[in-house]
Write a protein that binds this ligand. Structure first.
Ligand code: ARG
Length: 459
């Protein structure tokens, strides 16, 4: 048991199957850089309060820096029996420095250590996801120059509803991802709290300075309750939730674009480098990236569920169950990051099939609501105008024509004061031009929003 940091009380060796079952180094090794960063700050604090000497601190910093290099170069030996990344790094330190290395774990437990490492990791991960979200927003906003004025049908209940500007659609996604960015910022604030110094559960009798460590690591606050923070994984669950929301938003976009790229919709031409073929049907160009983006949301939602169940009913404070948090968290992060990194170039490289869209824009009486609002603006009560417009749509349906193809007499039958100026609100172009409310699809409204987004993103 000489190799084990906790071996003193044991007289029998650990069963190899238990070592394999309990190890986490196979996945928590990705915390190595954050573990070393936190250890350096911890050693510096130990020096400043006089628990180790300046020279000991220098030796520890130097050895940790060498260990970091070896890990990065792939020269570092990982061994199942050393359990986790924290033990590996400490073990290597003691191998190099002997008793000086044995001092690093002063006033520290792996319980507060793993929490600190994970908080540092989550902070970086949040910043990376945030930057990828901005890349995707930028891809949508940059489309707006080329797609200005293009009209698409908007759908409700998956039925053609009203005509909207394509740019209005693109900015709808920007809004969703902006809310995700706000959620990330909130999650970051709550993750950015120092847990180190809580030690195993009760704190320490040694004269440490936790605020000093917090300052060195850029934490905005120091957790005030050692029992709570040594086992708190709210910040993990919260980040996993935000990742799940992003995955949800991506899945809506992916589903929409899968549909839009079908021959039935024929709105989009996806970039070939982002499509794959079929092994049997030579003509196929499949939207697999979109389908997998839609599909991968399942595991991100599953990971969130796993984490929620993991902490449910867990008594205070640290329990080994918590080791199960990392794979779920890492998987959500890796998955969403990969989806975002493909989404941005896919959005940038896709073409709107303007002619095909325009040729069928007359279907579905997209201008009916605008006609109703025209009648309302002339003094007709809304319910009456709704009914009258419905009757006009019925006539158009019966004759298989557009509203704009009905003769003036039909409009006069609905409201005898109507004249041929009614035709100025009919047709998708006129209907779009009629929108004026804040946040609507009117040209001026959308142009103002595009300008706001361009300014915000600096594009
Ligand atoms: N590998 C552990 C984890 O990820 C580190 C903390 C273990 N603490 C302990 N006392 N066994 O949760």
């Amino acid at each position: 048991m000489a190799d084990k940091a906790w071996g003193g009380v044991f007289s029998e060796a650990t069963d190899a199957r238990v070592e394999a079952f309990t190890e986490s180094v196979s996945f928590d090794r990705r915390l190595y850089a954050h573990d070393i960063t936190a250890s350096v700050a911890h050693a510096q604090m130990l020096t400043s309060v006089g628990l180790i000497t300046n020279d000991e601190c220098r030796q520890i910093e130097q050895a940790l820096s060498n260990i970091r290099q070896e890990i990065e170069q792939g020269d570092f030996p990982f061994r199942t029996e050393l359990e986790d990344i924290h033990m590996h790094i400490e073990h290597a330190l003691i191998e190099r420095l002997g008793d000086v290395g044995r001092k690093l774990h002063t006033a520290r437990s792996r319980n507060d250590q793993v929490s600190t490492d994970l908080r540092l990791w989550v902070r970086d991960a949040i910043d990376t996801i945030d930057a990828r979200l901005v890349d995707l927003q930028r891809a949508f906003v940059e489309r707006c120059t080329a797609d200005e004025g293009v009209i698409l049908p908007a759908y409700t209940h998956m039925q053609r509803a009203q005509p909207v500007l394509a740019n209005h659609y693109w900015l709808a996604y920007c809004e969703k991802f902006e809310r995700d960015r706000g959620r990330l910022a909130g999650a970051r604030t709550r993750a950015n709290v120092l847990s180190l110094g809580a030690a195993a559960v009760a704190g320490t009798s040694l004269p440490i300075d936790r605020h000093d460590v917090a300052g060195r690591l850029g934490f905005e606050d120091v957790a005030a309750n050692s029992i709570d923070v040594s086992s708190d994984r709210d910040f993990v669950v919260e980040f996993a939730f935000v990742l799940a929301m992003i995955a949800e938003h991506l899945s809506t976009w992916a589903e929409e674009w899968v549909l839009w790229s079908t021959a039935e919709f024929d709105f989009l031409k996806l970039p070939q480098p982002f499509c794959t073929g079929s092994s049997i049907m030579p003509q196929k160009v499949n939207p697999d990236v979109l389908e997998l983006t839609r599909g991968k949301s399942a595991r991100v939602i599953g990971n969130l569920t796993s984490l929620l169940v993991l902490i449910k009913g867990l008594p205070l404070a640290y329990n080994r169950d918590l080791q199960e948090d990392k794979e779920r968290l890492f998987d959500s992060y890796d998955t969403v990051k990969a989806c975002l990194e493909l989404a941005a170039p896919l959005v940038a490289g896709t073409e709107l099939k303007r002619e095909q869209i325009a040729a069928r824009l007359d279907r579905g009486h997209l201008d009916a609501t605008t006609l109703m609002e025209y009648l309302i603006s002339r003094g007709m009560p809304q319910r009456t105008a709704h009914h009258a417009t419905g009757e006009l749509v019925r006539k158009a349906l019966d004759r298989g024509v557009r509203l704009a193809d009905l003769p003036l007499e039909d409009f006069k039958a609905a409201d005898k004061s109507l004249d041929k100026s009614v035709f100025e609100v009919l047709g998708p172009e006129h209907a779009v031009a009629a929108f004026v409310s804040y946040g609507s699809t009117g040209h001026e409204q959308v142009a103002a929003q595009v300008a706001r987004w361009k300014k915000q993103l600096g594009s």
